[in-house]
Ligand binder design. Structure first.
Ligand code: F3S
Length: 288
């Protein structure tokens, strides 16, 4: 086979993080036990994994009403976690609960619960509507604000009499977090900031940036609805305009000029190893 004219660099941090691996392992273990299994929401943002699990009998439950309707089996809470209300509902339902909430997300729940109980206003730096953010909001005893953009930070008006406690979605972009904090700090609130972006995210973003800087083509593999993959794409595109966002090797339509020296590959936290390997082998074989 002819050697390609470029070098392929795959990020070491690409793929499942510790929290996602733990959640997927929990489901696999239950399948092996032959239990009736449900997950609250798709276990990870990856269509192939979710549909493989479906074929093995894993059912996705989407609403509180569906939880009430369950009569047995197990329900796995995914790594994103859930609100306090949902957590208590699952605990008191007729199913056995397996809580696969990532410990880093659990820590945020604890901070938000304790700080809001002490009277602080909670601000979450993150994407409104993301299940992890929704879950975090649900541990605050008073309404929490979500800030994901500079305009939202500019227009945030907290109660000047009460302290503000800021946390972040675990997969938020580090640079953007710092930018939003700087805007909030100008207001001089009595503000405590806990940067809860997890290390796996930080390392993945830094490595992606490093590779994208030297790459002529960059490939980001991730689910359509995966926010950490979308952020990786954003980071890589800044450094390498020739960045592609794909779900699987089937989406990859590379047209090379023959001048490329480096092709970089990274993947979001919910991308399984076999999908990364398929892309990597495809690129290494130069099958275009
Ligand atoms: Fe947990 Fe970080 Fe993954 S918070 S789920 S280890 S991205």
């Amino acid at each position: 086979m002819k050697k390609p004219h470029y070098q392929v660099i795959t990020a070491e941090s690409a793929g499942f993080c510790f929290g996602v691996q733990k959640a997927v392992d929990a489901v696999c273990k239950e399948i092996a036990r032959g239990e009736k299994i449900h997950t609250y929401g798709p276990i990870i943002h990856n269509e192939r994994v979710v549909s493989d699990f479906e074929k093995k009998g894993v059912r996705v439950v989407e609403t509180p009403e569906e939880i009430d309707g369950l009569t047995g089996g197990t329900l796995v809470i995914r790594s994103h976690g859930v609100s306090k209300e949902r957590f208590e509902q699952i605990q008191s339902s007729r199913v056995r609960c397996i809580d696969a909430t990532c410990p880093f997300v659990k820590r945020i729940h604890r901070i938000v619960e304790e700080e809001s109980a002490k009277g602080a206003q909670i601000v979450i730096i993150g994407n409104a509507g993301h299940p992890e953010v929704e879950g975090i909001m649900g541990w605050s005893s008073t309404p929490a604000a979500v800030i994901g953009k500079a305009e939202e930070a500019e227009s945030y008006r907290g109660d000047p009499e009460r302290p503000v406690c800021v946390v972040s979605q675990t997969t938020f972009q580090v640079e953007k977090f710092n930018e939003l904090i700087a805007i909030l700090q100008k207001r001089r609130y009595n503000m405590s900031i806990v940067n809860t972006i997890c290390n796996a995210t930080r390392e993945r973003q830094e490595e992606a940036r490093r590779i994208a800087k030297i790459a002529d083509v960059m490939i980001v593999i991730g689910g359509r609805t995966s926010s950490n993959s979308a952020k990786l794409y954003e980071i890589c595109r800044k450094e390498c305009p020739n960045t592609f966002f794909i779900q699987t090797v089937e989406d990859l339509a590379l047209e090379l000029t023959g001048e490329e020296k480096v092709i970089g590959i990274t993947a979001g936290a919910s991308t399984p190893k076999n999908i990364i390997e398929e892309v990597q082998n495809h690129v290494r074989d130069g099958k275009f």
